[in-house]
Design a protein around this ligand. Structure first.
Ligand SMILES: Cc1ncc(COP(=O)(O)O)c(C=O)c1O
Length: 384
């Protein structure tokens, strides 16, 4: 099997696994316990927090460990909206239809069930949220804007520093979902200028089931998981020590090796994009042609069936995706592709190919050899 779905998840790096292992059986204490086993576990969590803070350019006290990227998004949106409304009576939330469901569905629920107002920010044809669209949408009643750093389905990178500046000038909190971005882009929160930023470990060779939220000092959040006082009272629950250790190790490695990993995947990505557009008639690149993740190629093929294409690719030995991993199998076109303005006959034929640090040129060659025929096959079957 040739794996070309690194935006869905990545394997755990052996160095990460080695760092995690002792905390499953040897140093298994609860960090909240007073005895030495507890202290050992607490020290591991403290050290992990320091490592994450170093990678993000912030204070350790600004990192909240969560169970995944989705939970970090939920804590950011729910926490900031509820606390913001209590403090100032403001009720508007701004986000975009191109966001991951962890953000968009949360914002929709806050509107439907909790009395907030939601406004969708306009996106351009590449799926970018522009400074103009944010400027147009802000008002005195806005609490929070949430705009992802890099899109999981189409790879587009949003201009986060400019957007965060606008939010700050208007006294609005700014959250970014950097779950996809952290593997390849600079996630220094000072340079980005964000108040809140979500990360998920399994997108950068860490374990699944662990994430983190950066919370700028002084930002008020209402905890959404109440109980013990862990994570500065913002996220109750006994720490998942081995996963937190693995998360921090994986993020440190991603920061250290970012340039080398980018230099490896980017030419392969460009080779895929150039070849696919040249070889396959009625094909288009989705997302931004330049401002996109270096490991990310995404397309639409007119009159092709994206789900069938994935099955045919799987049978031929290639693991790809049609967009977000969560949407695979759905007969409806992706909301993200639809938000870019594609009609149904294009939007249903989407394909996402994402590369990793161990992807080889030979793998890409065999993928490119197989793809055109499989696209044609789905088109023919679609006509019946
Ligand atoms: C942009 C983005 N946000 C959030 C998530 C959710 O992260 P997790 O799987 O860690 O909950 C994902 C996962 O695909 C993602 O790509």
């Amino acid at each position: 099997m040739i794996y070309l779905d690194y935006a869905a998840t990545t394997p755990v790096d052996n160095r990460v696994l080695d760092a995690m292992m002792p905390y499953f059986h040897e140093h298994y204490g609860n960090p909240s316990s007073v005895h030495r086993l507890g202290q050992k576990a607490e020290a591991a969590v403290d050290e992990a927090r320091e490592k994450v803070a170093l990678a993000l350019g912030c204070e350790p006290g600004e990192i909240v460990f969560t169970s995944c990227g989705s939970e970090a998004d939920n804590l950011a949106l729910r926490g900031a909206s509820m606390a913001g409304r209590s403090a100032s009576n403001r009720t508007w939330i701004l986000t975009a239809k191109t966001e991951h469901h962890a953000v968009s569905r949360t914002a929709e629920q806050l509107e439907r069930e909790y009395g907030f107002q939601l406004e969708w920010l306009d996106v351009d044809e590449h799926g970018s949220v522009t400074p103009e669209s944010l400027n147009k949408a802000v008002c005195n009643n806005t609490i929070l804007a949430s705009v992802m750093y890099a899109n999981n389905e189409i790879g587009t990178i949003n201009p986060i520093p400019e957007l965060a500046k606008i939010a700050k000038a208007n006294n609005i909190l700014f959250h970014t979902d950097a779950v996809q971005a952290a593997a390849y882009l600079d996630v220094n929160v000072k340079k980005l200028g964000v108040d809140l930023m979500s990360l998920g470990g399994h997108k950068f060779y860490g374990p699944k089931g662990v994430g983190a939220l950066y919370v700028r000092k002084g930002t008020k959040l209402l905890p959404h998981l109440t109980g013990g006082g862990q994570e500065f009272g913002l996220r109750a629950g006994t720490h998942n020590v081995p996963y937190i250790v693995g998360f921090a190790e994986a993020l440190s490695l991603a920061a250290e090796e970012r340039e080398a990993r980018t230099a490896h995947v980017k030419p392969l990505r460009d080779y895929i994009i150039g070849s696919v557009l040249e070889m396959i008639p009625d094909s288009k690149l989705t997302g931004h042609p330049e401002n996109r993740l270096p490991n990310h190629a995404s397309f639409v093929f007119k009159d092709a069936d994206g789900n069938l294409l994935l099955q045919l690719l799987d049978s031929a030995g290639f693991a790809c995706s049609s967009g977000s991993a969560c949407k695979t199998g759905s007969p409806e076109p992706s909301e993200v592709i639809t938000a870019l303005g594609y009609s149904r006959d294009w939007a249903l034929g989407s394909l996402r190919v994402t590369l990793g640090k161990d992807t080889t040129a030979e793998q890409i060659d065999s993928f490119l050899k197989a793809l055109p025929e499989l696209v044609e096959k789905t088109r023919k079957l679609n006509q019946r």
